[in-house]
Design a protein. Structure first.
Length: 96
């Protein structure tokens, strides 16, 4: 997929999750999803798919941030998990 498609797929997923996050849903959440979906393709100037495409790493990091969010919910932590989760979605979709 193209970088824009990855960003839009992450944006769509965040928009679908927004009703469950009614206390936290905000435009910055959607921006974090889009940017997180695009960021792994910034390695196109280096070695594409060898520098920033780590599906397992992003998934583990998203899980760790998710545990942090479960212990201390805040909008900043939610933005972080959204961006990292979107990067994981990008990397896993490239694997497929």
């Amino acid at each position: 997929m193209m970088a824009l498609t990855h960003g839009l797929a992450s944006l769509a997923l965040a928009a679908l999750a927004s009703p469950a996050l009614s206390g936290y849903a905000s435009p910055p959440l959607l921006v974090a999803a889009f940017l997180g979906g695009v960021v792994p393709d910034l390695d196109v100037v280096a070695e594409h798919r060898k520098s920033l495409h780590f599906p397992v790493g992003y998934t583990l990091l998203a899980g760790a941030i998710g545990a942090w969010f479960a212990l201390a919910p805040s909008e900043g932590v939610l933005l972080a998990i959204t961006a990292v989760g979107a990067a994981a979605l990008h990397a896993w979709s490239d694997v497929l």
